[in-house]
Ligand binder design. Structure first.
Ligand code: ZN
Ligand code: ZN
Length: 464
């Protein structure tokens, strides 16, 4: 994989920042997550999980960074992003090897990196995501494990006193004192007039009071009992989501490789090489919303009757095609030439949570004003401004038209939660412009030009 995929790690305990290569980071994450003497295939499956969690957060892959410390890609809090071994420079050989042998591999679902959660021991079955996180995630399903019974945490016992139980849970109850039955333990008690035990059934055997006194070496058979402690039997350790680490160990010992281990615990996933943005797919991991302005009903038309709604939609459709082909995920705020009011279109954009949006509109100015493309961005939106300038540059150099960019406090620009621009591509009142934009070929050129502007915005490439 390519060098220089840098990660900004925030050490939430030491309040320190590390800048390191992704593959280097993965070694420290694995060292913190799994004992170095686990079998190689288990360590490799752990390496893929740790790498996937990091990649899913990295902005270059469309992630949003660590949500608690937004300046950084990941934090080192195991309860938030992922644990990190702070023994810098001390990575065990087995872990180095596991990371190197899986270099660049991540776990994906429908082509996207998954939230590759892991836990110590599931205790027999992993858990459905909705029972822990409150929402259903297709690849975090309950699966039978059956590989973690060697774990020291498969079943653990903890004796908790009734006093402590009451205190910790903030409850109160009568923990019984006297000669009541404890089902299955003390039953069918018969006492003498003075309160001594005459006969008692313990488990499945009957004893006399004298026998009880002898066998338990107690001073008298005049006695009461009381529940003072309870032994909890705990199955597994951790949240139970995703990969069971002791299960991974068990599978590895049975000869399964890391890919099989991962696919067992993460339903419907694939192990894939990280896809980097390249000349073939420069917009991979980018999400872009395209808004084809107004729809047909309250539509305005040029002097020849060309409708704005139609032009906006046709251009948006072509732009979507181009952007998708270059790897972006694209949503249109309306389909076909339907009418959809502004609020609804804004909602589509915000629900999609894109990296940027492009709203396409046409101007209706004086008929003799021609040759201007106008691009608007919200005052104070630095990214929107840069996007507007890049698209302006593209119009000037590609289409040889005049293009201007302005800031404007427009409702759509203000209400959308991501950077974006509104582009007025022609003056539909001008007959010459109306004719030009009625041509499919010209509209395609406009869409291609906007795409060039977006590439310029992301990569600063020099355009011809
Ligand atoms: Zn975090
Ligand atoms: Zn398990």
């Amino acid at each position: 994989m390519e060098q220089g995929l840098m990660l900004k790690v925030f050490d939430s305990r030491m309040k320190k920042v590390y800048r390191m290569e992704l593959e280097e980071y993965v070694k420290y994450a694995v060292a913190s997550a799994m004992p170095a003497d686990f079998p190689m295939e288990a360590l490799k499956s752990q390496a893929v999980c740790c790498r996937t969690i990091a990649v899913r957060r990295m902005r270059i892959f469309g992630g949003s960074g660590c949500t608690r410390y937004p300046e950084y890609d990941v934090c080192t809090d195991p309860g938030h992003c992922q644990g990190f071994s702070d023994k810098l420079g001390e990575i065990p050989e087995s872990i180095k090897k596991a990371v190197e042998e899986t270099s660049g591999l991540i776990l994906t679902y429908n082509g996207n990196p998954v939230e590759a959660l892991y836990h110590d021991t599931c205790g027999g079955y992993t858990e459905d995501s909705e029972n822990v996180l409150g929402n259903k995630i297709s690849y975090l399903r309950k699966v039978e494990c059956g590989f973690c019974s060697d774990s020291p945490h498969y079943v653990t016992r903890r004796i908790i006193t009734i006093k402590n139980l009451k205190k910790k849970l903030g409850v109160n109850f009568d923990s019984a004192t006297g000669k009541e039955d404890i089902k299955g333990i003390f039953e069918e008690i018969k006492t003498t007039g003075s309160g001594r035990i005459k006969r008692i059934k313990v488990g499945d055997r009957e004893f006399s009071g004298e026998e009880i006194k002898e066998l338990l070496s107690i001073n008298s058979n005049k006695l009461n009992w009381k529940v003072v402690a309870i032994a909890l039997e705990i199955m597994g350790k951790g949240h139970g989501l995703g990969m069971c680490q002791y299960g991974a160990r068990g599978m590895a010992l049975k000869g399964q490789d890391f890919a099989n281990i991962l696919k067992h615990y993460f339903t419907g996933t694939e192990v894939e090489k990280i896809k980097m943005p390249s000349e073939d797919n420069p917009l991979i991991f980018k999400k872009i919303a395209v808004d084809p302005g107004k729809g047909s009903e309250d539509d305005l038309c040029g002097p020849m009757g060309l409708s704005e709604g139609f032009i906006n939609y046709e251009m948006a459709r072509v732009l979507r095609e181009i952007l998708s082909k270059e790897g972006a995920k694209v949503i249109l705020t309306r389909n076909n030439n339907e009418k959809k009011d502004l609020m609804e279109r804004i909602r589509v954009i915000n629900d999609f949570d894109p990296d940027l949006f492009i709203s396409l509109q046409q101007n209706f100015l004086k008929p003799d004003r021609e040759g201007y493309v106008e691009i608007f961005y919200l005052p104070g939106d630095k990214e929107g401004k840069r996007l507007a300038e890049c698209i302006k540059e593209a119009f000037i150099s590609n289409l040889k038209v005049q293009a201007v960019s302005y800031e404007a406090d427009l409702f759509l620009l203000r209400e959308c939660k991501c950077p974006g621009v509104m582009i007025f591509t022609c003056n539909l009142n001008c007959p010459r412009e109306e004719k030009r934009i009625s041509e499919e070929k010209y509209r395609k050129n406009v869409a291609q030009t906007i795409f060039s502007g977006i590439i310029l915005y992301y990569y600063g490439l020099t355009l011809k």
